[in-house]
Design a protein around this ligand. Structure first.
Ligand SMILES: Nc1ncnc2c1ncn2[C@@H]1O[C@H](COP(=O)(O)OP(=O)(O)OP(=O)(O)O)[C@@H](O)[C@H]1O
Length: 267
């Protein structure tokens, strides 16, 4: 698979109909060009549209208007299988994205076969084991000795590490990280973040990372996109990030929420 895709969001809009009959903007005319190998951080207020963005990128939910291109090709002209091979995703919940009763090795081999029709049996070879042991070692989470353990017996950090390797094994064109360290303790989150950076650099992956850890956004991202009410309201460039503090970012988000509350008042 070719790595490092150019991703284009072109006037993407998605509305939802609440049970009350109210229309709510999941995404409101979103336009963004993401360059090959770029790491984009997405931060935003509650309900800003961050998850909707990921669900649209993976084709899980249809958009109302606009287009999404990966290397110039609309994702709507791709088969579900082809799109699945091009995008790796790691979720906030370590239980998502893997089969709990299957072993670490079996899960990894399943990920390695994404989009292929052949069964799992032929891929469970000694060479594959050796290859995966090398992939898992740098995490320093003792995973290389736990290849035959069912995923459900691993710690949250170990599961996220396996999910990361699963998501990047086929060298996808685009990696989506959906608050993937949010449920981990600070030490493990740091370890997983370090490994994330290693995998991104090793594979030169175009990456979009939703995060509430403002320090991670500053430390690991080339640009930080701020979302609010389905819109992109600010983009911090790498030059701006150099002098940006977590307090600046936090204050920007607080101001957005305060402005939203005050919008409901007239004087
Ligand atoms: N299936 C749905 N039906 C109705 N409304 C929805 C649906 N999915 C999302 N929304 C609405 O769309 C808006 C964007 O939601 P989304 O979950 O993408 O935000 P988010 O930025 O991921 O929020 P959070 O950080 O709070 O998880 C919100 O107003 C939400 O209530």
């Amino acid at each position: 698979m070719n790595q490092s895709a150019q991703v284009e969001l072109i006037h993407v809009s998605k509305q939802f109909l609440r049970q009350t009959g109210e229309q709510v903007a999941g995404l409101n005319n979103l336009t963004l060009s993401i360059h090959p190998g770029e790491v984009i951080g997405i931060i935003g207020t509650n309900g800003a549209g961050k998850s909707t963005l990921f669900n649209c990128l993976t084709g899980q939910i249809p958009i109302d208007s606009g287009d999404i291109l990966i290397d110039g090709q609309s994702i709507y002209s791709m088969s579900a299988q082809s799109l699945a091979r091009q995008i790796g995703r790691v979720f906030q919940d370590p239980r998502m994205g893997s089969a709990p009763r299957m072993s670490v090795f079996e899960n990894l081999m399943l990920a390695n076969k994404r989009g292929e029709k052949r069964g799992l049996g032929r891929s469970l070879t000694t060479n594959n084991r050796k290859y995966l042991i090398e992939k898992l070692k740098p995490f320093r989470l003792d995973l290389e000795h736990r290849l035959d353990v069912p995923i459900e017996n691993l710690s949250g950090g170990q599961r996220q590490a396996v999910s990361l390797v699963m998501a990047t094994l086929l060298q996808p064109k685009l990696l989506l990280l959906d608050e993937h360290t949010a449920s981990l303790d600070p030490r493990t989150a740091k370890e997983v973040m370090k490994m994330t950076q290693h995998l991104i650099q090793e594979n030169n992956l175009t990456t979009i990372m939703i995060t509430h850890h403002l320090q991670d956004a500053i430390e690991f991202c080339d640009r930080i996109v701020v979302m609010h009410q389905g819109r992109i309201v600010n983009i911090y460039t790498s030059e701006q990030i150099e002098t940006l503090s977590t307090t600046d970012l936090y204050q920007y988000l607080v101001d957005l929420v305060e402005r939203e509350v005050l919008e409901n008042y007239t004087v």
